[in-house]
Design a protein around this ligand. Structure first.
Ligand code: SAM
Length: 275
């Protein structure tokens, strides 16, 4: 069995966002924060050479890993030999059907990952879309994205990502990780966050597609007041906002998730659902 303490760093591929975690204590802290145990269906996205996989296997004995880079798999399998049952699927995490995977594994998935920066947000949103298959997620992302995910109304980081994710997920920052903890070091800081699906969405919307359109339009032109930013959604945007009880002179960044949902519902009442 390979000595897990000895770091193994293959040549990193920039286009796959490969920054390998080199700090054992941080790998251990991420796995501890994820709360994984033997009863969970643990899925690791992008295991790379296995910095987190080792600790995940020690904590729960069985891991389903999704790795795009097939060249890393022999190294990974060699590194974790004897630690537990590892299944590695060579796949693009953006295309995985997590609902089907949850069915295959017999229950909701606990996701743990040091996500590749280049597609981290897209992978996360793909998971949020399939939230009924997810028990919880503990993921490392660049700090700027983690801040946007956890942001509240009125803050600089608050935007479409905060609203669309916050609607369904409770987001909690766990740990800051400096560039020196990776090989090669990235140019930015990283943050580990925990996302737990809410038992019910933060607010009710009658049309999710419209909700997403309204939110993206409101933040698409951040400096514009809502009456102007939402003209692409409704020519009579001012009247619509007034009907919803929202001051047309406000900016999107001041609206709570519940206000976005209410605004959408008033639009649906006026115009019917999206076709
Ligand atoms: N977990 C390892 C660690 O902490 O050292 C590696 C993390 S590295 C930031 C991201 C990993 O995700 C790499 O192993 C990379 O090959 C993999 N990856 C990149 N894009 C991917 C994709 N679309 N689907 C699955 N894995 C991907």
């Amino acid at each position: 069995m390979h000595d897990a303490k000895r770091p193994l760093f293959p040549q990193a591929k920039k286009r796959l966002g490969q920054h390998f975690l080199a700090d054992e204590s941080i790998a251990q802290a991420i796995v501890a924060a994820s709360g994984v145990g033997p009863d969970q269906r643990v899925v690791e996205i992008g295991p790379g050479p296995g910095a987190l996989t080792i600790w995940l296997l020690r904590a729960c004995g069985r891991v389903w890993a999704i790795e795009f880079d097939a060249s890393l798999v022999p190294l990974l399998e060699n590194r974790v030999k004897g630690l537990g049952a590892l299944h590695v699927e060579r796949a693009d995490a953006l295309r995985v059907d997590y609902r089907a995977l949850a069915e295959h594994l017999g229950g909701k998935l606990t996701i743990v990952a040091n996500l590749p920066y280049n597609v981290g947000t897209a992978i996360l949103m793909h998971l949020v879309e399939q939230r009924e298959a997810i028990a919880g997620m503990t993921v490392m992302l660049q700090t700027e994205v983690a801040e946007r995910l956890a942001a509240t109304p009125g803050s600089k980081a608050y935007g479409a990502l905060s609203v669309v994710c916050g609607m369904w997920m409770d987001v909690e920052p766990v740990l800051e990780v400096p560039p020196t903890s990776f090989r090669p070091p990235p140019k930015v800081n990283s943050t580990v966050i925990r996302l737990t699906p809410r038992p019910a969405p933060l607010a009710e919307t009658r049309d999710l597609e419209r909700f997403s359109q309204v939110v993206h339009a409101a933040f698409g032109q951040r400096r514009k007041v809502l009456a102007n930013a939402l003209k692409s959604i409704h020519a009579e945007s001012r009247a619509w906002l007034i009907r919803a009880g929202i001051d047309p002179e406000r900016r999107g960044e001041t609206l709570s998730i519940a206000e976005f949902a209410h605004l959408t519902n008033v639009l649906v009442d006026d115009h019917g659902p999206t076709c």
